[in-house]
Design a protein around this ligand. Structure first.
Ligand code: B12
Length: 424
């Protein structure tokens, strides 16, 4: 373990991940975000490893909620890791455990012990086998990036092959990877860069990280501080925090990037959890180097009942009309149905879908699955998304893909929403 701690220290220094600038959010904002993460912890839902990781990186290691979350994560790891968890999920569990100073290679709960690193290595191998055979991973390159980061930070083997594959994808001229994926991939590569002794590999990894960072800096300059969309900013900021030495002597106008996220009120726990580390000048790259004895910021946990979550004004809101279409031109029997529904202004898209399904259940019935980002629509009109075929229901407004899901997006009067069965 000492070796691991030393290795991580070295790679953090190499990657320049200590905040080399003044961009750190106010204590008030950090405390507000920590409270909102703590309040988001719901005993009835699956624990969210991103929340535990963020609380630890923000130094909020003294709360009861955090301890409960850690216990839940250990229990779910023992129960689910080998059964129904994706490689990326296992990787997030590994990062959450590392950031809690727990050994992922020996997670004990409910009278059982599981080696989560071995599970992660095995699942990463499956991702790589699929990537080599079919040109696409079993899940996504975002997942593979988390895998490489988890294995590398844990000091385990098996991170180098995915790191090299990710570097090649990042450097490919045909690459269309999202900002979110590029950010996590670059964090993984920065970790691998600090560990590998092979010069060729190091050069390749360094070139790919520099490419991602410079691409982000260019985009920030061109788009008034925005990199990707408001929800990719958290991971992009973490990447830029962590890779200063890869884009030196170029400098990062972090104040401009921070002003973009300050102007948005993030409410989803996973969005806050991806952003908070960057706001305290840290990144996932530091997950294995946390001082768990220091409860840096003493805080009172607010009772969930004190944080108003429900908008109770629905009844008095004026009605709006939303046009809604469902389109499948991809698989089996093609279809294209449209309707218009009246809902109270300020309703979520989920409420629009429910109204349409209530009016014409034979056509607009749908199913959702609870995820770390809220309800995800997994089936409409009996046609289900499939991870195997890499199909999903994509949501658009007037032809533009939404940057929020049905649980958060609030359509305007006259909005034309389309759900289009698509591939990714
Ligand atoms: C990969 C990915 C997808 C893949 C998931 C494929 C798969 N089966 O693995 C696909 C292409 C299907 C997808 C779809 C969508 N996505 Co997406 N996705 C991601 C990405 C890049 C990584 C998620 C991940 O793998 N996490 C790691 C795993 C281990 O964690 P997990 O919790 O198990 O991940 C699951 C959820 O994240 C879920 N999921 C993925 N995207 C979304 C979006 C929403 C709204 C919900 C509720 C769930 C969800 O799928 C994952 C696998 O089951 C994130 C980026 C990010 N910053 O997190 C965006 C991200 C979560 N997606 C986003 C969006 C907007 C969407 C869409 C709404 C886009 C659209 N216009 O249709 C749709 C969902 C529509 C629906 N049917 O409800 C936003 C969410 C922002 C927000 N505030 O809600 C993100 C943050 C990207 C961004 N910066 O805009 N996505």
């Amino acid at each position: 373990m000492l070796g691991v701690a030393f290795g991580v220290g070295v790679l953090l220094a190499l990657a320049g991940s200590t905040a080399a600038h003044d961009c750190v959010a106010s204590q008030e904002l950090v405390s507000k975000m920590v409270r909102s993460l703590e309040d988001s912890v719901d005993t009835d839902e699956l624990p969210n490893p991103s929340v535990l990781l963020a609380l630890n990186l923000a130094g909020a290691t003294d709360s009861g909620t955090r301890k409960w979350l850690l216990q839940e994560i250990s229990e779910k790891a023992v129960e689910r890791a080998q059964k129904d968890m994706s490689s990326g999920e296992v990787a997030l569990y590994v990062l959450a455990l590392l950031s809690s100073c727990q050994k992922p290679e020996s997670v004990t709960a409910l009278g059982q012990t599981v080696d989560l690193l071995q599970v992660l290595q095995q699942k990463t191998d499956e991702e790589m086998a699929s990537l080599e055979m079919d040109g696409v991973p079993k899940t996504t390159l975002f997942g593979v990036s988390l895998d490489a980061l988890g294995l590398c930070l844990a000091g385990a083997g098996g991170y180098e092959t995915p790191a090299v594959a990710l570097a090649k994808q990042l450097l490919s001229s045909e690459s269309t990877l999202s900002v979110d994926t590029r950010a996590v991939a670059a964090l993984a590569l920065a970790c691998a860069y600090g560990r590998t002794s092979l010069h060729d590999v190091r050069d390749l990894l360094g070139e790919a990280v520099a490419g991602v960072s410079n691409g982000f800096l260019d985009e920030q300059e061109e788009r008034d501080g925005v990199i990707g969309n408001i929800y990719s900013m958290g991971l992009a900021l973490q990447e830029l925090e962590a890779t200063a030495s890869f884009y030196a002597p170029r400098e990062w106008d972090c104040a401009q990037a921070f002003s973009v996220v300050y102007s948005h009120d993030y409410s989803q726990p996973t969005a806050i959890a991806q952003l908070l580390p960057a706001l305290v000048g840290r990144s996932y790259l530091e997950a294995a180097g946390i001082d768990c004895t220091a409860g840096a910021t003493a805080r009172q946990r607010l009772s969930p009942s004190l944080s108003p979550k429900l908008d109770t004004t629905t009844a008095s809101r004026a009605l709006i009309t939303v046009h809604y279409s469902i389109v499948n031109k991809l698989q089996g029997q093609h279809f294209d149905y449209s309707t218009s529904v009246r809902v109270a202004g300020g309703s979520t898209l989920l409420e629009v879908l429910e109204a349409a399904a209530n009016e014409e259940p034979d056509i607009f019935s749908f199913q959702t699955e609870q995820t770390s980002w809220g309800p995800m629509v997994v089936s409409i009109h009996g046609l289900a998304a499939s991870t195997e075929d890499k199909t999903y229901w994509q949501f658009l407004s007037s032809g533009d893909a939404l940057d929020e899901g049905v649980g958060t997006y609030k359509p305007q009067d006259g909005d034309h929403i389309q759900a289009v069965f698509s591939t990714y």
